[in-house]
Design a protein around this ligand. Sequence first.
Ligand SMILES: Nc1ncnc2c1ncn2[C@@H]1O[C@H](COP(=O)(O)OP(=O)(O)OP(=O)(O)O)[C@@H](O)[C@H]1O
Ligand SMILES: [Mg+2]
Length: 253
Amino acid sequence: MSHPLLQLEDFCVSYGAVEAVHHIELRVDAGEIVTVIGPNGAGKTTLLCAAMGLLPSRGRMLLDGNRMARISVEAMVARGVALVPEKRELFGEMSVEDNLLLGGFSRWWRGERDQRPRMKEVFGIFPRLEERRAQLASTLSGGERQMLAIGRALMARPRLLMLDEPSLGLAPRIVREVLQVVSSLRQHGVSVLLVEQNARAALQVADRAYVLEMGAVALQGPANELLHDRRIIDTYLGLGARAGEETARGVRS
Ligand SMILES: Nc1ncnc2c1ncn2[C@@H]1O[C@H](COP(=O)(O)OP(=O)(O)OP(=O)(O)O)[C@@H](O)[C@H]1O
Ligand SMILES: [Mg+2]
């Protein structure tokens, strides 16, 4: 039997004496897009940062069924995990190309001295970045910056890409564009753990979802089931979805 790519068991994260993430059980299988949705302050960013080794945690993390003795950023990168943080942390005064080269640094360090083939693949995923390869990152539009942040993470050839709110601050059309690319990453052998406040957009591209509320998993299941779950519709998808669903019910009955 194959093991999940990522598995968190009884995973807890605290800020000092205050526990922000409580006893999380979560898994991402190879080839899956899994989303964690939930309101402001639910603990989504905390969960991702701890899973990447940026914050201390308690509990267990397994990659491919092997327990990680110590969760550090270096160990996670070496095991093929990449994070695109909520604050994109691009180098504004550097070009698109140089930002991408920095994303490939961990591989360069391990002997892959020619980054051009990988950059070509990333440009294949984000043609817009190739058109703007010489442009300073600080002058990109919001959507292009998000693409660069994802492209930079992809330079490390991750097997698991963790994304913190890629839709943040983007117009709905750009959100769709970015998330379509995210869903296409499966074809490139990349699994995705997608943290989103934009529940509708996330559930539309994900295979499975976890709803995080006050640091704990309140609900989980296949994304298409949660899209039609009354609690999710009422709490996270708003009036539009509700009206739409009631219309659909009316048609059925
Ligand atoms: N550095 C910190 N020190 C103390 N408490 C923190 C710290 N960072 C976050 N918290 C608290 O932890 C809880 C979870 O925050 P977190 O940023 O993980 O939420 P989130 O789900 O990502 O929210 P958002 O959707 O607004 O990004 C919040 O109550 C927050 O105030
Ligand atoms: Mg957050």
